[in-house]
Design a protein around this ligand. Structure first.
Ligand code: FES
Ligand code: FES
Length: 195
C-alpha cells in the first residue's frame, strides 16, 4: 500500500491505496464520488473526466499515486450551495446550460462533458462551434447526437461572458446552426463499452 494525500473538491484526503489503483476507482470506491462515471475499458469515452491541478484528464488513465499532492476537481464539487430555496440556483453556468439546452438524455456522459467543457472555456472563453467540437472530441455520447451538447457549451460560454441568451424553447443558442458531426458518430461506432 502507498500513502496518498490530495485535495478533492476542496476536501483534504489521506488514504493508503494499492499502487495500481486508478484515480477513477479511488474517487468512486474509496471516496464515494460516484458522479464521476466509468463508461469504457479503453480510455475512449471521457465519462470519467475530472480536473487534475486545473487540467481535464480521463481519470481512468491516471494512477491514484500520480495524483498525490494534487488538487482534484470532480463534477460533485462544481455547484455552489443554493442561495435560496431553489437547489438549481447554485449550479455552475455549464450545468444550467446543459439543462436549458437539453444537452443530455441518459446523462451518463454528462459529468465528463461538463468537466471537459469547463477546461475548454477556461482556455477559450469565446469558442466557435468547431472549437467546442474539437474540445470535446475525447468525450463520447451515445444518446444526443451532440447538437444540444454543443449548444449547451456555447450558451454557457455566452453567459460566462455576461451575454444574455434566450430560452432554448424560443431558439436559445440555436442561431449557431449546430448540426451533427459524422466524425463523432464514427467514434461512437467503434466505442467498446465497459460491461
Ligand atoms: S471510463 Fe475513462 S475514458 Fe472511458
Ligand atoms: S446523454 Fe446518454 S450518453 Fe450522453
Amino acid at each position: 500500500m502507498t500513502r496518498v494525500q490530495m485535495t478533492v473538491d476542496g476536501q483534504a484526503c489521506d488514504d493508503d491505496v494499492e499502487p495500481r489503483l486508478l484515480l477513477v476507482h479511488y474517487l468512486r470506491d474509496v471516496l464515494g464520488k460516484t458522479g464521476t462515471n466509468v463508461g469504457c475499458d479503453t480510455s475512449n469515452c471521457g465519462a470519467c473526466t475530472v480536473h487534475l491541478d486545473g487540467d481535464s484528464v480521463k481519470s481512468c488513465t491516471v494512477l491514484t499515486v500520480q495524483a498525490d499532492g494534487a488538487e482534484v476537481a470532480t463534477i460533485e464539487g462544481l455547484a455552489q450551495p443554493p442561495t435560496d430555496g431553489d437547489a438549481t440556483s447554485g449550479w455552475h453556468p455549464l450545468q444550467k446550460a446543459f439543462h436549458a439546452e437539453h444537452g443530455l438524455q441518459c446523462g451518463y456522459c454528462t459529468p465528463g462533458m461538463i468537466m471537459s467543457s469547463m477546461d475548454l472555456l477556461g482556455r477559450n472563453p469565446s469558442p466557435s462551434e468547431e472549437d467546442v467540437r474539437h474540445g470535446l472530441e475525447g468525450n463520447l455520447c451515445r444518446c444526443t447526437g451532440y447538437v444540444n451538447i454543443v449548444r449547451s457549451v456555447l450558451r454557457a460560454a455566452a453567459e460566462l461572458r455576461g451575454e444574455t441568451v434566450g430560452d432554448a424553447d424560443e431558439g436559445g443558442i440555436g442561431e449557431a446552426d449546430v448540426v451533427s458531426d459524422p466524425e463523432h458518430e464514427e467514434q461512437l461506432e467503434n466505442l467498446e463499452v465497459a460491461p
